[in-house]
Design a protein around this ligand. Structure first.
Ligand SMILES: Nc1ncnc2c1ncn2[C@@H]1O[C@H](COP(=O)(O)OP(=O)(O)OP(=O)(O)O)[C@@H](O)[C@H]1O
Ligand SMILES: [Mg+2]
Length: 444
C-alpha cells in the first residue's frame, strides 16, 4: 500500500471478496425488490413490522431462486434480505453505516466509493451502490421528506435525517464524478468532558480554567477547521452553565444536546421550493434578544448574524458562546470582523474591530491532527486593543514534538506561565481557581 493511501476498514469483508459476482448479486436484489414493490402497498410499508417485511422478502426471494439457477449461500441470503429491507425501509447500502455507532462520518464519492471516518481516521468502506442512479434515489429519499429538492437546476442541498444527522449532497453537473454525499452523523451520545479528557483533547487544568470561564460568564469563541470538534466542545462547555439560567441555542441545523432543563432551541430554516419562508440566523438572533435570555449560544458563526451576536455579548448577555471556522485564533478574529462588517454599513473598520475585541474574551482553538486525534492547540485571552490591533495572549498551548513509531503525534500541553487577566473576575463569582494551573506541563 502506498504511503498516504486510505486503508480499507479493518475486519470487514473487502471489495471483490464476496463469492457471488457483484452484478449477479445486484440483479437478484433488484428482482426481489421489484417483486416486492408489485406485491406490497408501498404506502403501508412504514406500518409493517420488520418481521412481516422480512417474511415477504424471504418469500419473494424463494420464488425467484426457484426459477433461476443462481446459488446463494446462507450468508449471501441473509445479506440479500437485509439489503432489500434497507432499500425499502431505509437508506439502502448506507443503512449499516447509519446503525454502526463507531462510524462518525460517511462520505460517498460516486456510487463505487464510500469512505467512513471512525475514531477520527478515514477508511475506505466495502459498501457500494448499484450505480449512480441508485445513489441518486437514496439522495432523493433523504432530501424529499424535508421539503428540499435536488436536480440539475439546484444541484447542491443541505438536509437533515430524522435522527439529526447532517447531510450535504452535490450532484452533476457540479459534481463531475457522480453524486457526492457527505453525512455527519449525529452521535446519540455526544462526547462528554470526561471523554475529551481521557482522549487528551485537552487537560484537566484547561478544563478547570474553561469551566471557571463559563461559570463566570465570559464570552467564548471556539475556532478550528472542519470536523476538528468545535461543536463537540461547545456542547461540553454548555454543560458547565448553571441550571438556573435561561439558555437559548441558535443553530443552522440543531446539533447541540444541552442537559439543562431551561433551554429554548431555535433552528434556522432554508427557503422552501418556491424560494419563500427562509428564516436566517440573523432573524433568530434578533428575535432571541426579546426572549429574555441569560445566555445565547450560536452553533456556528458564518455571516451577518455575527453582528447581532456580538452586540448581544456586549450588552447584558455575557457568557455567550459560538464556534467559527478558522485556522488560528488570530484568523478567527479576522473572520469574525469580516462577518460583522456584513451585518452593517455604518461602522468604521476600527470600531468594528473594537466591537470584536470587546465582545470576545476567550478563544479556544483546536485541530484535527493527521493521526485523527483532536487537540486544543491554544486557549487565548483577548486582552484589549493597541492602536488598530487586537491583543491576544496565549494562556495554554499544545506544542507538537514529533511522531512515535505507531504514527501517533506526541507533544506537550503547556501553560505559558501568564496569569489569566480574568483571574480576579472569576474569583468575584466565587470561583476558586488554583493558581498552579497557570504553571503546568504535560507530555502526551
Ligand atoms: N475531542 C474529540 N475527540 C474525538 N473525537 C471527536 C472530538 N471532537 C469531535 N470528535 C468527533 O469528530 C466529529 C466532528 O465533530 P464536531 O461536529 O464537533 O466538529 P466540528 O468542528 O463542529 O465540525 P464542522 O466544522 O463540520 O461543524 C464527530 O464525529 C465527533 O464525534
Ligand atoms: Mg460544527
Amino acid at each position: 500500500m502506498k504511503r498516504g493511501q486510505i486503508k480499507p476498514v479493518p475486519g470487514e469483508i473487502q471489495k471483490g471478496e464476496d463469492q457471488l459476482g457483484r452484478d449477479a448479486y445486484h440483479k437478484i436484489k433488484a428482482e426481489v425488490h421489484f417483486r416486492l414493490i408489485e406485491e406490497l402497498d408501498l404506502n403501508s410499508i412504514d406500518e409493517l413490522s420488520r418481521d412481516i417485511l422480512t417474511a415477504s422478502i424471504r418469500d419473494a426471494l424463494q420464488e425467484i431462486m426457484a426459477g433461476e439457477s443462481i446459488p446463494l449461500n446462507q450468508r449471501e441470503r441473509a445479506m440479500l434480505i437485509s439489503d432489500v429491507m434497507n432499500e425499502i425501509a431505509g437508506l439502502g447500502p448506507l443503512e449499516p453505516l447509519m446503525r454502526d455507532d463507531t462510524v462518525q462520518d460517511i462520505l460517498v464519492n460516486g456510487y463505487a466509493k464510500v469512505y467512513v471516518e471512525k475514531s477520527g481516521v478515514l477508511y475506505e468502506s466495502p459498501i457500494q451502490f448499484r450505480d449512480n442512479k441508485h445513489l441518486m434515489q437514496i439522495i432523493d429519499k433523504i432530501v424529499a421528506p424535508v421539503g428540499r429538492r435536488i436536480d440539475e437546476s439546484s444541484p447542491m442541498v443541505d438536509a437533515k435525517l430524522p435522527d439529526g444527522s447532517r447531510v450535504n449532497a452535490v450532484i452533476p453537473p457540479i459534481a463531475l464524478d457522480g453524486p457526492a454525499l457527505s453525512i455527519r452523523k449525529f452521535g446519540h451520545n455526544p462526547l462528554k468532558a470526561e471523554n475529551v479528557l481521557q482522549n487528551l483533547t485537552l487537560t484537566g487544568e484547561m478544563i478547570g480554567y474553561l469551566k471557571a470561564a463559563v461559570r463566570s460568564k465570559l464570552n467564548i469563541l471556539i475556532s478550528g477547521g472542519t470536523g476538528s470538534g468545535k461543536t463537540t466542545l461547545l456542547n461540553i462547555f454548555s454543560s458547565f452553565i448553571p441550571g438556573n439560567e435561561r439558555i437559548i441555542t441558535i443553530e443552522d441545523s440543531a446539533e447541540l444536546k444541552l442537559q439543562q432543563l431551561h433551554v429554548v432551541k431555535l433552528e434556522a430554516r432554508p427557503p422552501n421550493i418556491e424560494g419563500k419562508g427562509e428564516i436566517t440566523l440573523t432573524d433568530i438572533v434578533k428575535n432571541s434578544l426579546r426572549m429574555r435570555p441569560d445566555r445565547i449560544i450560536v452553533g456556528e458563526s458564518r455571516g451577518a448574524e455575527a453582528m447581532d451576536m456580538l452586540q448581544a455579548m456586549n450588552t447584558g448577555h455575557q457568557g455567550s458562546m459560538s464556534t467559527i471556522h478558522a485556522n488560528s485564533p488570530r484568523d478567527a478574529l479576522t473572520r469574525l470582523e469580516v462577518m460583522v462588517s456584513m451585518g452593517t454599513a455604518f461602522f468604521s473598520e476600527k470600531s468594528l474591530r473594537g466591537l470584536v475585541a470587546h465582545a470576545i474574551n476567550i478563544i479556544v482553538h483546536l485541530a484535527r491532527l493527521p493521526d485523527g486525534t483532536r487537540r486544543v492547540l491554544s486557549i487565548s485571552e483577548v486582552i484589549g486593543m493597541e492602536g488598530d490591533v487586537i491583543l491576544l495572549q496565549d494562556i495554554f498551548t499544545f506544542e507538537q514534538r514529533g511522531v512515535d513509531n505507531k504514527g501517533r503525534i506526541c507533544g506537550k500541553f503547556n501553560s505559558t506561565g501568564i496569569m489569566s487577566i480574568f483571574y480576579d473576575h472569576m474569583q468575584s463569582y466565587g470561583i476558586k481557581l488554583d493558581p498552579a494551573i497557570f504553571k503546568f506541563q504535560k507530555e502526551v
